[in-house]
Design a protein around this ligand. Sequence first.
Ligand code: ATP
Ligand code: MG
Length: 332
Amino acid sequence: MPDTKRKIILSGMRPTGKLHLGHFTGALENWVGLQSEYRNYHLVADYHALTTNLDTSMLHENTIDMVIDWLAAGIDPVESPVFRQSMVKEHTELFLLFSMLVTRNRLERNPTLKEQARDLHIESDNLVYGHLGYPVLQASDILLYRANAVPVGEDQLSNVEITREIARRFNREYGEVFPEPEPRLTVFKRLPGLDGADRKMSKSLGNTVLLADTPAEVDAKMRKAVTDPQKLRKNDPGRPDVCLVFTYHQKFNPAETGEIREGCESGALGCVDCKKRCAARISEFLAPHLERRAALEQDRPLVEDILVDGENRARAAARDTMGAVRTAMKLG
Ligand code: ATP
Ligand code: MG
């Protein structure tokens, strides 16, 4: 019997391989936390991965690596179907219908697209149609499961807004089929990357700490982290509020933030020590994740089975929605 009382979450990530701390603090942590309150669907956005990388040779391996991180972080695949977007054909069908309900101008104005184009140096002449349509496919991902909530990082807010507009437009045109999903943000909704506080941590920018990094790797990466540019020597006073290392302390070392702030502002605490302490806390936090990850690495066929099972369950829900869409639109 499907549980009809709990509201629905749809959340996805592009399979770009092992996840980083930004994926965790911005989204995954929320997915796990909301798992008992909502019915969760977790989508591997493999079509979306093609928008910025046409090379599919690593897609499968990257999918398994990412799903291992989801499971190691606490996603329960029995409760929450985990599935690949490309294995449920209804996504593309709804994408086509939704593409009639949004203007080109609206998509070109999308701030998420602008940020990505800036960060990845994509000129507008080189932007592919599928990239422009990214939020339309995302709307089909979300609304195919008639999701009420979408836990995302801040960079995704304007995409979710487009989903809401498409849902309203469809309902107005053809009758009430879709809910208007609400975004759900975490406190650390935009974790900066190691290269400065103004760019988000992102795999494509190469400024990440991975959930799979060993203590030695975390340490080495943290040593290179950019800190307050005005704090040049150890005893110079620093400004924790503009320093990304302090943001990481707030998340992974909350008990010591008062002392760290004081030490940084007075100049008593140098950046090298501050980073070392931060790296140690991050590694402590990651230790149980690494252990669960290693166990799952030994059983990749299990991860494949989890996907196939999730796809069967997702397909049933997707067919149901497409039935309602076809009836509302008097198609066929
Ligand atoms: P990458 O560039 O590292 O591949 P991405 O942004 O392409 O990352 P997505 O699959 O688009 O990855 O994002 C998955 C989820 O993780 C989204 O909800 C996104 O908002 C969130 N997220 C990604 N990076 C960060 C970050 N640095 N801080 C907070 N949330 C983030
Ligand atoms: Mg993204």
